[in-house]
Ligand binder design. Structure first.
Ligand code: HEM
Length: 409
């Protein structure tokens, strides 16, 4: 290996990196922007221009089955047979031309009419959760709000009965933990839980689809089921789409809420600016997505030999696209380490522009806008809780958030 300043020290799972990844990203970008990690067995891109180009590169596949198997190491592949069966059929893992077909179908769940109906669901759910804590003078942004809110909203969107919501949330977390941890030492435990969870979740969704086929409603499962009825019904694929959309919908937003509150509380001048001028909320939301990217890494597989940044990457290689690192690249952003809610332009890569551009970006932006606006309006004295430190999540490379973020008001 050549060109590595000190490859052993690029430990993305070190406690310091999990606490604050940006200094490590900076070093990698400056010293070895197309880095091969021997210990993880994959390439890591950290420059904006490389990541942006990779997102649009048809020589890279989104089918990450090889990565999931690779991360098992010497463990038996059967450990994740349900996981692979379900994820491999989902929109997020498909390449064109199949991806184009599946994306058209999935789009049917995101009609203008559906999107408009979400606004009141989000507002009411946010208000309900804040009602629960308002008189306490303190809360945990994660356990009292961000873990519950997107899950409840997704449950509403999907028409999930009240009694099943806790299960849906738990399954989603278990699936994401395995998904997000390539390179982690706890992989066997994560794999077992994820495989069990996805089997349960798929069966649950299958039953909902059968119900909605008999009695369609206006929820997303009904909309997707109708779209599939028109285009040739494929139950296995439809189940995969629903499982994937549901997971994508709540896990990411769950992280961006505390990431945003944390950024605002660490920058009181920006918080004050937003409180004085709530119309800045849209650019504040974009800055939160850039500044503390909730999905800092995406994985792709090289379909053929290629060269990136002067490094030869053989076919079959796993490549980690550092969205979080790219979003702090000074070649693209002026003073990237500065949290500036008025940043313009702000062409962040947080929603992965390209053919897999986040299908739920409209919903995600709506949720974040309503959540932050309501929080600041109802709890104007929001501050960190000095008695309880925040706990950043330490299990995931793909999802960046907090296990706990205690605040007072
Ligand atoms: C702030 C929250 C969110 C962030 C940061 C986010 C981020 C992303 C990213 C980075 C991707 C690309 C994945 C890849 O190429 O491997 C993606 C794809 C996707 N997202 Fe989101 N997402 C968010 C919220 C949502 C919501 C609320 C939904 C659904 C209601 C959703 C549904 C999807 C779907 C279905 C895809 C796959 C699109 C495709 O493969 O064509 N996301 N998202």
């Amino acid at each position: 290996m050549t060109g590595f300043a000190n490859p052993q020290s690029y430990d993305l799972f070190s406690p310091e990196a999990l606490l604050n990844r940006y200094p490590l990203y900076k070093r990698m970008r400056e010293e070895d922007p197309v880095h091969y990690s021997e210990s993880f067995g994959y390439w890591v891109l950290t420059r904006y221009r490389d990541v942006e180009a990779a997102l649009g590169d048809e020589r890279l596949s989104s089918d990450r089955t090889a990565l999931f198997i690779n991360q098992l190491g010497s463990l038996d592949i059967n450990l994740i047979q349900n996981f692979i069966r379900v994820t491999s059929k989902s929109i997020i893992e498909r390449d064109p031309p199949d991806h184009t077909r599946v994306r058209k179908l999935a789009n049917q769940g995101f009609t203008t009419r559906a999107i408009e109906s979400w606004r009141s669901i989000i507002q009411n759910t946010t208000d309900r959760l804040l009602d629960n804590v308002e008189n306490d003078g303190c809360m945990d942004v994660v356990s009292d709000l961000s873990v519950i809110l997107p899950g409840l909203i997704t449950a509403e969107l999907f028409g999930v009965p009240e009694a099943d919501r806790a299960n849906v949330l738990k399954w989603g977390v278990d699936i994401a933990t395995f998904w997000g941890a390539p390179g982690s030492s706890n992989i066997e435990e994560y794999a077992r839980k994820a495989d069990f969870a996805i089997a349960q979740f798929s069966e649950f969704i299958r039953q909902l689809i059968e119900e909605r086929r008999r009695q369609p409603g206006t929820d997303m499962i009904s909309l997707l089921t109708m779209a599939y009825e028109e285009q040739g019904f494929n139950l296995e694929e439809l189940v995969s789409q629903c499982v994937m959309i549901s997971n994508a919908a709540h896990l990411t937003t769950t992280d961006l809420i505390p990431n945003g509150v944390n950024a605002l509380l660490h920058h009181p001048d920006q918080l004050q600016k937003l409180q004085e001028n709530p119309a800045l909320i849209n650019s504040a939301v974009e800055e939160v997505i850039r500044f503390d990217t909730a999905v800092p890494f995406l994985f792709r597989i090289a379909k053929q030999d290629l060269t990136i940044g002067g490094k030869d990457i053989p076919a079959g290689s796993v490549i980690a696209l550092g969205l979080g690192a790219a979003n702090h690249d000074p070649e693209k952003f002026n003073s990237p380490e500065v949290f500036n809610i008025m940043r313009s332009p702000n062409e962040h890569l947080g929603f992965a522009p390209g053919i897999h551009f986040c299908l739920g970006a409209v919903l995600a932006r709506m949720e974040l806008t309503i959540c932050f606006t309501t929080l600041l309006r109802r709890l104007p004295n929001l501050k960190f809780n000095p008695d309880k430190p925040a706990i950043p999540r330490h299990t995931s490379l793909v999802f960046k958030g907090f296990d706990s973020l205690p605040v007072k008001f």
